[in-house]
Design a protein around this ligand. Structure first.
Ligand SMILES: [Cu+2]
Length: 226
């Protein structure tokens, strides 16, 4: 029953803003990490409930004080020291390599496309420094190519987030933060400012259109700065 309910709930986890419907390597890592943490926490919940039921069942049993103390110490060492160290180590072993994959490191082959993105109240200024192209609320990228978003802000803190392509990153006054994105398939991906930035924050949306490489070249040749 519980599994059915969970399945029904999770089937709603698709759509343009779903991190559980990833369409790029960094988003795949984030989704995998989410599933790992969800499974781990579900296992912990089941174990705790099982122990609770066991404790209720044994509440009226008779034991000597020495036995009680020995069993209590075992729980403190096992549940309070060994279990947290083991679970934290497991999560770090799994999580650190995944987090590493999401960093804007130099790729072993190919080039990284740079796009400068500047947050304004309440719109996004998109600039392609190598091409002199400037756009508003729309990015265009080639598929299967790493793209580094150099993120700044003209006023307050914003956050750039395309849930299906990668993690979110804050745009902070006086700083340039870099976010690596990549799309596996051509298509239009939706983005949203993810840091409350004033009255029209909720409307601070944008799109990322991923083109096949030849289509991206022709888009570059056709586009004119408005
Ligand atoms: Cu905002």
């Amino acid at each position: 029953m519980g599994l059915l309910a969970t399945g029904a709930l999770l089937s709603g986890c698709s759509g343009p803003f779903s991190t559980l419907d990833p369409a790029g390597p960094s988003a795949h890592s984030a989704a995998l990490l989410w599933w790992a943490m969800f499974s781990f926490s579900a296992a912990v919940l089941v174990a705790v409930v099982a122990l609770w039921l066991y404790a209720i069942d044994r509440r009226f049993g008779s034991r000597s004080r020495d036995d009680d103390r020995r069993i209590g110490n075992r729980w403190i060492i096992g549940g309070g020291v060994i279990l947290p160290i083991a679970s934290t180590t497991l999560l770090l072993i799994f999580g650190i390599p995944l987090g590493h994959k999401m960093l804007p490191l130099s790729p072993t082959e190919g080039e990284v496309l740079r796009i400068d993105v500047r947050g304004h109240q309440w719109w996004w200024e998109i600039h392609y420094p190598d091409r002199g192209i400037t756009l508003r609320n729309e990015l265009h990228i080639p598929v299967n190519t790493p793209v580094d978003i150099h993120l700044t802000t003209a006023d307050v803190i914003h956050a750039f987030w395309v849930p299906r392509l990668g993690g979110k990153l804050d745009a902070i006054p006086g700083r340039t933060n870099i976010l690596r994105l990549q799309a596996d398939q051509p298509g239009v991906y939706r983005g949203q400012c993810a840091e409350f930035c004033g009255l029209h924050h909720a409307h601070m949306q944008f799109t990322v259109e991923a083109h096949a490489p030849e289509d991206f070249s022709s888009w570059l040749n056709e586009v004119r700065t408005p």
